[in-house]
Design a protein. Structure first.
Lengths: 290, 331
C-alpha cells in the first residue's frame, strides 16, 4: 500500500470516528452494566431501531436526523424504561436477564426483517456529503461532528454522575445497592432512569450512523459485541474507562482492518478480549466487578 | 391384568417412569415399520437430533448453570472437520465426527479454563464473541475451502433411505439420555448442582468449581460436535451460516428452556419445538422472512418470564406426581 500523509490522515480519521461511535454506544452500556449489573444484549438492536426511526422520519416526513432526535430520544428512553420495568426487573438471576435481553434483540431484528426486509438503507441529507479539505485529503464534516458530540456526551455524563444529586445516587447504587437503599435512595426509580438514560444515548448515535452507515436489520449485532469488549476493557461502570477503551479498540480495529485485512479486525479485537480476560478481567479502571 | 399392572407399578418407586419409557421408546422403535412417508421420518430425525443437541447444551447450561451462547462453534467444527476428513482423506464420516468432537472439546476446555475463573457473565460474552470469530474465519479467510454461505453439496450420501438415519439419530438420543442420567447420579452431577446453586458455598467445602465446570463444558462441546456432523451429513449440504450462525447457538437453549432440566427436559423440549419450527419453515418458507425467529424469541421470553421450570417441571408437578400417587394408593 502506498503510505503517505493523506492515507495516514484518512486512517486516523476513520479510527477517530469509529472510536466515537463506540464511545457513544459503550458509555450507555457501561452505565447499565455497572449500575444494574445487567448485560443488555438488546443494546445493538436498539441502535438498529434508532437508525430505522431516523431513516423513516427522514424518508416519510422529511424530518432532519438531528431534528428527529426530539422524537427518537424519548422513543429510545421509553424503550429502555419499558425493558427494565417489564422484562428485566421481574427476573432474579443474571442468566435469565441475559437470555431475555438477547431474545428481545433477536425479536427486534426479526421484526425489522419482516417489515423492512434486509435492504441496505442510507439517509442522505444535504450535509452528509460535505468534506473539509485538509492536507490533500477530504474529511467528512459529519464524522468530525460525531467525534466532538461523542466527547461531549461522555463529558456531560461524567459531570452528571459526579456533580448532580441524581448522578451521585446512581453512582451510589453502582457501588452498593443495599447501602443505597439504607440512605433513602429510591432504587427502583433510579434503575429505570439509568436504563432509559443508557438507551437514550443510542438515539444520538443512531442519528449519526444512519447517515454514515447502511441501516439493515442486523446492523446492531456487530456493534453490541464490540461494545461489550469496550465495556470490559474500560471496567464496568467506568465512564472514563469506556472512553479510553473506545479509542483503544477503535484504533486497533481500524488499523488491523487497513493493514491486515477487513476480515481480520474482529479476530484481533476478540483475541485482545481473551487476553484482557486472562490478564486483567476488572478492566483498566474497574472498580465494580460483576 | 390391571391388578398385575398396578403391582408392577408400585413394586418399585421408579416403575411408573420405567413403564412410560418402555411405551415411549417402543412406539419410536416401530415407527419406521408403519410410517413410510419420508417427510414425517425427516421430522422425527430432526427431533431426535435436536434433542441430542439440546441435551448436550444442557450439560453445561442446565446442570452447570452456565449459559453458553457459542455452541455453534462446536456444531460447526464437528460438521466441517468430518466433511473435510471425508472429502480430502476419505475417512469415514462416522470416525470423522469423533475427530471433530475432540477438536471442539479441546477448544471448549480452553475457553472453560480461561472463563470459569471469572463470573458467569464473562463466560457468556466470551462464548458469543468466540462464535463470531470462528464464523468470520470460516466465512472469509477459509472461503476457498468452505465456499461461504453458498456452501458445498455433499454428494456422497451415506444412505439413500431415511430409516438408517432414523435409527442412528434415535440411538444418539438414547445415548445422550444415558449420559445425562450417569452425570446426574455421579460425583460430577452433584458437584455441578452445588456450584450452580451457590458457588461460594461449594468452593468453601473444597469443590474446585473451575475444574468441574470445565469438565462439563468439554463433554458438552464434544457431544455438540457430533450433532453438527450428523446434521450436515443428513442434510447433504454444508454452509457457513447454516452451522455457525447465531441461531445454531440459540436452538439448544430454546429446547432446554422449553423442556426444562433433567434427563427428559431437552427430549420433551425438542418434541415440542422441533416439529413446530419445521412446520413453520415448511408452511411459510421464504415467504415470511424472520417469522420463525419471532416465534422462537417470543416463546423463549415467555418461558423465561413465566415458566422458568419448563414443560417437564410443570408436567412433573401437575401430571406425573399425582399419577404416581394414585398408583401408590391403589394397592
Amino acid at each position: 500500500m502506498d503510505v503517505n500523509v493523506a492515507t495516514i490522515i484518512k486512517v486516523v480519521m476513520s479510527g477517530l470516528s469509529y472510536s466515537g461511535t463506540l464511545a457513544m454506544l459503550s458509555v450507555g452500556l457501561t452505565l447499565i452494566m455497572g449500575v444494574l449489573r445487567v448485560m443488555n444484549f438488546a443494546h445493538g438492536a436498539l441502535l438498529m431501531v434508532a437508525m430505522y426511526a431516523t431513516y423513516w422520519f427522514f424518508t416519510l416526513f422529511n424530518i432532519d436526523p438531528f431534528l428527529g432526535l426530539l422524537i427518537t430520544i424519548p422513543l429510545l428512553f421509553g424503550l429502555g424504561v419499558g425493558m427494565q420495568k417489564f422484562l428485566i426487573s421481574p427476573l432474579k438471576t443474571h442468566e435469565n436477564q441475559v437470555l431475555v435481553t438477547f431474545m428481545f434483540a433477536v425479536l427486534l431484528e426479526s421484526l425489522a426483517l419482516l417489515f423492512w426486509s434486509s435492504d441496505y438503507r442510507v439517509v442522505e441529507t444535504s450535509y452528509s456529503g460535505i468534506n473539509i479539505h485538509f492536507l490533500g485529503t477530504g474529511i467528512s464534516l459529519l464524522r468530525l461532528t460525531m467525534i466532538v458530540v461523542a466527547l461531549a456526551i461522555v463529558g456531560g455524563l461524567h459531570i452528571f454522575v459526579k456533580q448532580t444529586k441524581m448522578g451521585k445516587s446512581i453512582w451510589a447504587l453502582a457501588q452498593d445497592p443495599e447501602a443505597a437503599t439504607l440512605v433513602g435512595i429510591n432504587i427502583h426509580r433510579l434503575q429505570w432512569f439509568t436504563f432509559g438514560l443508557g438507551t437514550a444515548i443510542i438515539a444520538i448515535a443512531g442519528a449519526f450512523l444512519s447517515q454514515l452507515l447502511a441501516t439493515f436489520p442486523h446492523v446492531g449485532f456487530h456493534f453490541v459485541i464490540i461494545a461489550f469488549v469496550v465495556v470490559v476493557l474500560g471496567g464496568f461502570g467506568s465512564i472514563g474507562g469506556a472512553l479510553l477503551a473506545s479509542f483503544i479498540i477503535g484504533f486497533i480495529t481500524v488499523f488491523s482492518a487497513v493493514f491486515i485485512g477487513i476480515g481480520y479486525s474482529e479476530l484481533v479485537v476478540f483475541s485482545l478480549f481473551i487476553v484482557i480476560l486472562v490478564l486483567r478481567p476488572a478492566g483498566l479502571f474497574g472498580k465494580v466487578s460483576l | 391384568m390391571k391388578k398385575m399392572l398396578n403391582k408392577l407399578m408400585v413394586s418399585r418407586p421408579e416403575s411408573l417412569k420405567v413403564w412410560l419409557l418402555i411405551i415411549f421408546f417402543g412406539i419410536l422403535f416401530t415407527i419406521p415399520l408403519w410410517v413410510k412417508n419420508p417427510a414425517i421420518l425427516t421430522i422425527f430425525i430432526y427431533t431426535f437430533l435436536y434433542a441430542f443437541y439440546g441435551a448436550s447444551w444442557s450439560i453445561i447450561g442446565k446442570y452447570g448453570g452456565q449459559i453458553s451462547l457459542g455452541h455453534a462453534v462446536c456444531f460447526g467444527l464437528g460438521a466441517y472437520i468430518s466433511v473435510w476428513l471425508h472429502q480430502y482423506y476419505g475417512i469415514s464420516i462416522w470416525l470423522g465426527m469423533f475427530a471433530g468432537g475432540v477438536v471442539a472439546a479441546l477448544i471448549f476446555l480452553l475457553i472453560g479454563l480461561v472463563c470459569f475463573r471469572l463470573r458467569g457473565l464473562f463466560f457468556i460474552l466470551t462464548t458469543l464473541a468466540f462464535a463470531e470469530v470462528v464464523r468470520v474465519i470460516f466465512n472469509y479467510p477459509l472461503s476457498p475451502l468452505t465456499n461461504g454461505d453458498e456452501g458445498i453439496a455433499l454428494f456422497k450420501l451415506q444412505f439413500m433411505e431415511k430409516w438408517p438415519y432414523y435409527f442412528i439419530a434415535l440411538a444418539m438420543m438414547i445415548l445422550v439420555m444415558i449420559i445425562l442420567q450417569r452425570i446426574e447420579k455421579s460425583k460430577l452431577g452433584y458437584y455441578l448442582a452445588a456450584i450452580r446453586e451457590e458457588q461460594e458455598a461449594a468452593e468453601s467445602i473444597g469443590i474446585n468449581s473451575v475444574k468441574y465446570k470445565s469438565i462439563a463444558l468439554t463433554i458438552s462441546g464434544f457431544l455438540s460436535a457430533l450433532s453438527g456432523a450428523f446434521y450436515v451429513h443428513f442434510l447433504g449440504w454444508i454452509g457457513v451460516t447454516d452451522v455457525f450462525g447465531i441461531m445454531v447457538s440459540i436452538q439448544p437453549i430454546i429446547i432446554s428452556w422449553v423442556g426444562g432440566s433433567g434427563v427428559f427436559g431437552p427430549i420433551i423440549g425438542s418434541f415440542i419445538v422441533t416439529p413446530v419450527s419445521l412446520f413453520l419453515a415448511l408452511l411459510l418458507g421464504g415467504a415470511v422472512r424472520g417469522l420463525n425467529h419471532i416465534v422462537y424469541a417470543v416463546t423463549l421470553i415467555f418461558i423465561v418470564m413465566f415458566m422458568p421450570e419448563g414443560v417437564t417441571g410443570v408436567l412433573s408437578r401437575k401430571v406425573y406426581h399425582p399419577l404416581r400417587k394414585r398408583f401408590e394408593t391403589i394397592e
